[in-house]
Design a protein around this ligand. Structure first.
Ligand code: SF4
Ligand code: SF4
Length: 249
């Protein structure tokens, strides 16, 4: 569970609304571009102490920025584990509210991390987690640190039940990954199909696109896609070993 020493921010992210301006520190007028090892370690320590489960970094190409009409280059992805207690609840409006409350609460703490970076001379802005114009998943794939599965979910090594927030930043020397070593997972996913076959509402069309009008993930918090997925049930490391052993054997 994410926790924090600072006073809690009373914020609420909403669809079609700008990100709340809940920063306590303004962006520097001349943002720095290189973070020292020392400050970077402090940043990571703070993130993990707050409860962040993992960090990834996306460097956005000019083509990508032009495609999505955005003007920032570097993104920090802050992942948090969605509470397992909620995952096993039956879909309902109440469950949906619990998941949303957790998401909103975590979002409040991400401002502390943005303020830490600002205080140290870097630009840091929270990307709207509910933006329907820029795909955060598309930005996530630029990290080379995740794959999109057939359930349309973003798989990070930390697990399938990850929510995430993103900060755009002036920091150019983040540890960006050059290659994606998770592509095997997409291949495994192609051979599986459990989430599609077990969806209680048949919410996938013939092209395996999730039918938004049928799927109750957002309205009632259905997460059977996660619960039925081997990446959730057995874990990333176990499946990777099994998959690669099969290729060799
Ligand atoms: S259940 Fe199977 S097909 Fe569905 S996302 Fe997981 S690995 Fe892919
Ligand atoms: S979240 Fe639930 S309803 Fe939506 S596609 Fe997955 S299993 Fe089906």
């Amino acid at each position: 569970m994410i926790s924090n020493t600072e006073e809690r921010r009373d914020i609420r992210f909403k669809y079609h609304s700008p990100v709340p301006n809940s920063y306590r520190i303004p962006n520097p007028s001349k943002p720095l571009r290189n973070i020292s090892d020392e400050v970077f370690e402090e940043f990571k320590k703070m993130a993990f102490e707050i409860g962040v489960a993992g960090l990834s970094y996306s460097k956005l190409s000019d083509d990508f920025k032009a495609e999505w009409n955005i003007d920032f280059d570097n993104v920090i992805i802050l992942k948090y584990e969605m509470s397992p207690d909620f995952l096993y609840l039956e879909p309902s409006k109440e469950k949906c509210k619990l998941i949303d409350d957790e998401f909103q609460e975590v979002g409040g703490f991400i401002y502390d991390i943005a303020d830490f970076l600002r205080e140290n001379g870097f630009e840091a802005n929270l990307l709207n987690p509910l933006d329907d114009e820029v795909s955060l998943r598309a930005i996530a794939t630029q990290s080379n640190d995740c794959v999109i599965l057939r359930s349309n979910m973003c798989l990070f090594k930390e697990g399938l039940n990850m929510g995430f927030f993103m900060l755009s930043t002036s920091i150019d020397n983040l540890p960006f990954k050059e290659e994606n070593d998770m592509l095997w997972a997409a291949k495994y996913c192609e051979t599986c199909g459990k989430c599609i076959n077990k969806c209680p509402l048949n919410a996938y069309d013939e092209n395996e696109k999730v039918l938004r009008k049928v799927c109750t993930a957002h309205s009632e918090g259905c997460n059977d896609c996660i619960l039925n997925c081997p990446f959730f049930k057995k874990g990333y490391d176990f499946l990777e070993k099994k998959f690669k052993k099969k290729l060799v054997g």
